[in-house]
Design a protein around this ligand. Structure first.
Ligand code: PEP
Ligand code: MN
Length: 341
């Protein structure tokens, strides 16, 4: 790291910072400039020393502290030669050449709704069924999900139509229960900073999809993944689902820059959610196309047989017919970027 001393700091101040750095295991080189002294410190793993670095930053005689290495380790691009490929079994992988299509209703409402959707999305080429059993709702009065009966329906429908299951887990006490019925545990935007939950997911043997917090920076999102990885579970995928901005024309602003940026910072696959990302059924297909063109490893799309009567997120859920229509086009774009779908 580079520590810039304030102009006017004394020999004692420089010696104090220098000895703190040496105690942290760094080799320190002093550079005395005309106005400022700089301490260049090499040799330490900075992600392990965040608290000590914060202490340094807060010293009155320190002007700035710049890190050279990343604040995360396991999920960093340089920690692995190859990109992460998550194997769900039965030939379904995430992060390889094949783009994964996850589709289904926002929330499981009934056997009929789920089976109709699952059958159609499977026929159209989806490999993973989505559907909420436990819903994180902004209002305590809105529908909270069917719970265990929904988990059972998801598993049954998926096995009937040859799909895998992704569903959200909100509570660390339910990780094993949700994991029994699903192949991927979805962590919602509101829980990206639920560190107890993230730590516990590290002990699960189920792959995890971590949605970006609606106000989270890239680094914070990767640090959420680092919690899971550092606790033992490296089967993690990122999911961009839109962030809060000043724009009100869409429900969120879908940040597609996250795709190349995450690919450069991390070896984890990235999935795009154009449904929560836009809140608008009419632009889900365009944003899906753009996501694939930009290198996304998968999409998660809300599909409903009758969106105008959906219990949740109807306005952003595409109809079965719209889903069927968008798939061939997405496939052509995938081919254009040397991927399959
Ligand atoms: C969802 O997938 O339906 C959902 C609630 O997602 P998010 O956590 O991104 O809002
Ligand atoms: Mn939803």
């Amino acid at each position: 790291m580079i520590v810039v001393m304030k102009s006017g700091s004394t020999e004692e101040h420089v010696a104090d910072v220098s000895s703190r750095l040496t105690d942290l295991g760094y080799l320190v080189t002093k550079i005395v400039g005309v106005e400022k002294t700089i301490l260049a410190a090499v040799g330490g793993a900075e992600y392990e020393k965040v608290d000590s670095i914060d202490q340094l930053r807060s010293l009155d005689w320190v002007d700035d502290v710049m890190l050279i290495t990343k604040s995360y380790k396991f999920v960093a691009r340089e920690s692995k030669v190859d990109r992460t490929i998550i194997d769900l079994g039965d030939g379904v992988t995430i992060g390889g050449n094949q783009i994964s299509m996850m589709a289904g209703p926002c929330t499981v409402e009934s056997e009929e709704q789920l089976y109709t959707t699952a059958e159609s999305v499977a026929k159209a080429g989806a490999t993973i069924l989505r559907g909420g059993a436990y819903k994180p709702s902004t209002s305590p009065y809105s529908f909270q999900g069917m719970g265990v009966p929904a988990l059972k329906l998801l598993k049954e429908a998926a096995s009937k139509f040859g799909l895998k299951v992704i569903t959200e887990v909100m509570d660390l006490r339910k990780i094993d229960l949700v994991g029994e019925y699903s192949d991927i545990l979805q962590i919602g935007t509101r829980n990206m900073q639920n560190y107890d939950l993230l730590r516990e997911l590290g002990r699960s043997d189920r792959p995890v999809m971590i949605k970006r917090g609606m106000s989270a920076k890239y680094e914070e999102w990767l640090l959420a993944c680092e919690y899971v990885a550092a606790n033992g579970n490296e089967n993690i995928m990122l999911c961009e689902r839109g962030i809060r901005t000043f724009e009100t024309g869409t429900r969120n602003t879908l940040d597609l820059s996250a795709i190349p940026v995450m690919h450069s910072l991390s070896h984890l696959p990235i999935i795009i959610d154009p449904s929560q990302g836009t809140g608008r059924r009419d632009i889900v297909a365009s944003m899906s196309a753009a996501s694939i063109a930009a290198g996304a490893d998968g999409l998660i799309i809300e599909v409903h047989p009758n969106p105008d009567h959906a219990l949740k997120d109807g306005s952003q859920s595409v109809t079965i017919q719209q889903f069927e229509q968008m798939m061939p086009k997405l496939r052509r774009i995938a081919e254009a970027v040397d991927r399959t779908l």
